[in-house]
Design a protein around this ligand. Structure first.
Ligand code: UDP
Length: 346
C-alpha cells in the first residue's frame, strides 16, 4: 500500500513511516515541520519508498495531489503537547479542527481510507479506570485552557464518524494514550523525555502537582506496529480503538524509576500546576486504557514496559549518532511546495 502520513516528520509519524517501509509499504510524509523535524526521518533517507513533502495540510492543492497518489491516509498532523496547547490555544483549535476537516474532505473525494489519531485526552477527567471506547467523555469548562485540545479532537472524531455514516468513507479512529520512546521531544511538555533530560543534566526532575496522578506509558514501537495493522484491517473501519499500554504508574514512581536508571543523584522537585501551566489548569488523576477491543481485533499486546522506554530514550540521547537538522535537510530530496510551484510528485 501507498500511505500518506500527515505529520509524518513528528515523533509518532516518523516511527509509523519506518514501520510501513519495513513492512514493504510506501510512505509519503506531509509535514510543515512546525513541531516535526527532518532529523526524525534522517535514518530512512536512503529508502526509495519514502517521499517527503515539506508543506502544510492547509495547502489544499498539494494535499489533493498527495491524496490522489496514495491508497490511504494516516492523519497525524495536529497540535501536540500540553505545554503548546496551553500556550497557543487558537493555533491548537484551528490546526486540529480545520486541518482534519480538509483531510477528510479530500479523502472522501477519492474514497481513501483515513486512520485518524485521536487522543486519550478525550476521556477528560472521568474518574473511571480503565477507559473503554464507549465511555462518556467528561470534559471541563472551556475557561480551563487544557480542554481546547480534547474538544477539538472530539469534534474531529465526530466528523470522521459522520463521513463514515453518511458517505461510507472508511475511517479508523485511534485514541493514543501516553506514547513515548526515542526521538520524542520534551519541548512541548511530554514528561518522560523531560525527566530523562533533567536527570542527565544532574536534576532536579520537576514533578507537577502531588505526583500521585497516574499515566500508562506505551513504547512507540508497540504503537507504530499496531497502527500499521489497523491500516491493513478493513474490520477496523467505522470504529474507535484505544491504543497504548495498560500498566499504570504514578508520576512520583516514574520520577523514581528515571532517577534509578539514569542518575540516582538527581533530586526531585514538586512544582504546583499553576506555576507550570498557569492558573486554572486541570490535570486528570488517572489514565489507563482498556485494550480489550484492539486485542480482540488484531491481537495487540504491548511488548515494552516503562523500563524499556527509559532505556531506549537514553540510548537515543547518546550524542554521537545525532545528525544536525540542516544536514538532514540537505540530504533529502524535498518536495518543496509553494503556491507557485505545485507538488510534482516523485
Ligand atoms: N508532568 C510532570 N513534569 C513535567 C511534565 C509533565 O510532572 O515536567 C506530569 C503532568 O502534569 C502529567 C504527567 O506528567 O500529570 C504526564 O504529562 P504529559 O504532558 O507527558 O502528558 P499528559 O498530561 O497529556 O498525559
Amino acid at each position: 500500500m501507498r500511505i500518506l502520513i500527515t505529520g509524518g516528520a513528528g515523533f509518532i509519524g516518523s516511527h509509523l513511516a519506518e514501520r510501513l517501509l519495513s513492512g514493504g509499504h510506501e510512505a509519503t510524509v506531509l509535514d510543515n515541520l512546525s513541531t516535526g523535524s527532518l532529523e526524525n526521518l534522517a535514518h530512512l533517507r536512503r529508502s526509495r519508498k519514502l517521499h517527503v513533502a515539506v508543506d502544510s495540510i492547509f495547502h489544499e492543492r498539494v494535499l489533493a495531489k498527495l491524496v490522489d497518489r496514495n491508497d490511504a491516509v494516516a492523519h497525524l498532523a495536529a497540535a501536540v503537547g500540553v505545554k503548546l496547547v496551553v500556550e497557543h490555544p487558537v493555533r491548537t483549535i484551528e490546526t486540529n479542527i480545520h486541518g482534519t476537516e480538509i483531510v477528510l474532505r479530500h479523502a472522501a473525494r477519492r474514497k481513501r481510507p483515513v486512520l485518524f489519531t485521536s487522543s486519550s485526552e478525550v476521556y477528560g477527567k472521568s474518574a473511571q479506570a480503565p477507559f473503554s471506547e464507549d465511555d462518556d467523555c467528561v470534559l471541563g469548562a472551556p475557561t480551563a485552557g487544557r480542554w481546547a485540545y480534547a474538544t477539538s479532537k472530539l469534534i474531529d472524531e465526530c466528523l470522521a464518524l459522520s463521513y463514515w455514516r453518511e458517505q461510507r468513507l472508511p475511517v479508523v479512529i485511534v485514541r493514543l494514550f501516553n506514547t513515548s520512546g526515542p526521538r520524542q521531544s520534551g519541548r512541548y511538555g511530554m514528561v518522560l523525555p523531560r525527566f530523562i533530560e533533567q536527570a542527565l543534566r544532574g536534576g532536579p526532575l520537576t514533578v507537577y502537582g502531588s505526583g500521585r496522578q497516574t499515566r500508562s506509558f506505551a513504547h512507540v514501537d508497540d504503537v507504530a506496529g499496531a497502527l500499521v495493522r489497523l491500516l491493513e484491517e478493513k474490520r477496523a473501519w467505522g470504529r474507535i480503538f484505544n491504543l497504548g499500554n495498560d500498566e499504570e504508574i504514578t508520576i512520583n514512581a516514574l520520577a523514581r524509576e528515571v532517577r534509578r536508571r539514569v542518575n540516582p543523584r538527581a533530586a526531585v522537585r514538586h512544582i504546583p500546576y499553576a506555576v507550570a501551566y498557569g492558573d486554572g489548569f486541570e490535570d486528570m488523576r488517572r489514565r489507563v486504557p482498556d485494550l480489550a477491543r484492539i486485542r480482540r481485533l488484531i491481537g495487540y499486546r504491548p511488548r515494552h514496559n516503562v523500563e524499556d522506554i527509559i532505556d531506549s530514550i537514553l540510548e537515543h540521547l547518546k550524542p554521537k549518532r545525532r545528525s544536525q537538522e540542516p544536514e538532514a535537510r540537505r540530504e533529502f530530496r524535498i518536495q518543496n511546495n509553494s503556491a507557485r510551484t505545485p507538488y510534482s510528485g516523485s
